[in-house]
Design a protein around this ligand. Structure first.
Ligand code: 2AM
Ligand code: CA
Length: 258
């Protein structure tokens, strides 16, 4: 089965899932529960969206595996075969509180290599897509490659307070930058860097589904994606994440490491 068929069905399912999420918002049909802590939320819509993908994947691609936040897929520690990495709603706090600034995130990996990625900002009407080696797009318009020599002093950076607490050496990074911005959804923070609306995003604790698609799209436009210490970031392992345009990534590692 080729990637073209996978791409075609993934787009159909994302569109259908997006419509259902939009309707749930319009009908105020949202039940909220807390998970690990009071800010780690899940709703009936997160669950039904992931279940929808789990059923579609099982029906159409029984040999593929799903790695999803809400547990309708499998426990996955390695990326053999084809793995769909899904966050049905990234930015659930925004979904509940703002009814915007959230996205469906889907990355498709084949033998560990990110081949296709989709981040669908439903209310914002922005559909981000990348195919490895063929560029990244937003609503079918190609995203230009990132400039290589941007400087921190001209940059907007994205770092939340929990991440500054874990990485205090990021405080002088914020002070040296042109400004600080926060979006509250890791995928949209990745897309802010990928589209040049910000130059760096640091997060202390992300999971495979938060980064599975964002890493593919960001790397396709030339962003550098690593752990905060500059080491390789494997998407199968939870942990910190540092994505930035090449010049700013190098400058932060060189001038602001602990
Ligand atoms: P989520 O909405 O899918 O839970 C919030 O700053 C960002 O961090 C969101 O992308 C959120 O994803 C992610 N995140 C990851 N782990 C989290 C946690 N334990 N609690 C809150 N947000 C978390
Ligand atoms: Ca989520």
């Amino acid at each position: 089965m080729g990637l073209e068929k996978i791409d075609q069905l993934a787009r159909e399912w994302l569109e259908e899932a997006g419509n259902r999420i939009f309707m749930a918002l319009e009908q105020a049909n949202i039940e909220v529960e807390a998970k690990s802590d009071r800010n780690d939320l899940v709703t009936n819509v997160d669950k039904s969206t992931e279940r929808y993908f789990a059923e579609k994947i099982a029906e159409n691609f029984p040999e593929h595996r799903l790695l999803g936040e809400e547990g309708y897929g499998e426990e996955i520690t390695s990326l053999e075969g084809i793995v769909w990495v899904l966050d049905p709603i990234d930015g659930t706090v925004n979904f509940v509180e703002q009814k915007r600034n959230f996205a469906i995130s889907l990355g498709i990996y084949q033998e560990g290599v990110g081949e296709l990625a989709y981040i669908y900002d439903i209310v914002g009407g922005e559909f981000y897509f990348a195919k490895r080696g063929e560029g990244a797009f937003v609503n079918d318009v190609e995203i230009p490659k990132l400039a290589k020599n941007n400087k921190l002093e001209d940059s907007l950076v994205i770092i939340n307070t929990a991440s500054v607490r874990k990485f205090p050496h990021m405080l002088p990074v914020i002070q040296a930058a042109r400004g600080l911005r926060l979006y509250g959804a890791a995928t949209l923070e990745y897309m802010a860097v990928a589209t040049g609306r910000a130059d760096a995003y640091v997060s202390a604790n992300l999971s495979p589904w938060d980064i599975g698609a964002g890493k593919i799209i960001a790397e396709e436009v030339g962003a550098i994606v690593t752990r905060v210490d500059g080491s390789e970031m494997l998407i199968t392992e939870k942990g910190d994440s540092f994505v930035a345009s090449p010049g700013v990534h190098a400058e932060i590692l060189r001038d602001y490491s602990r």
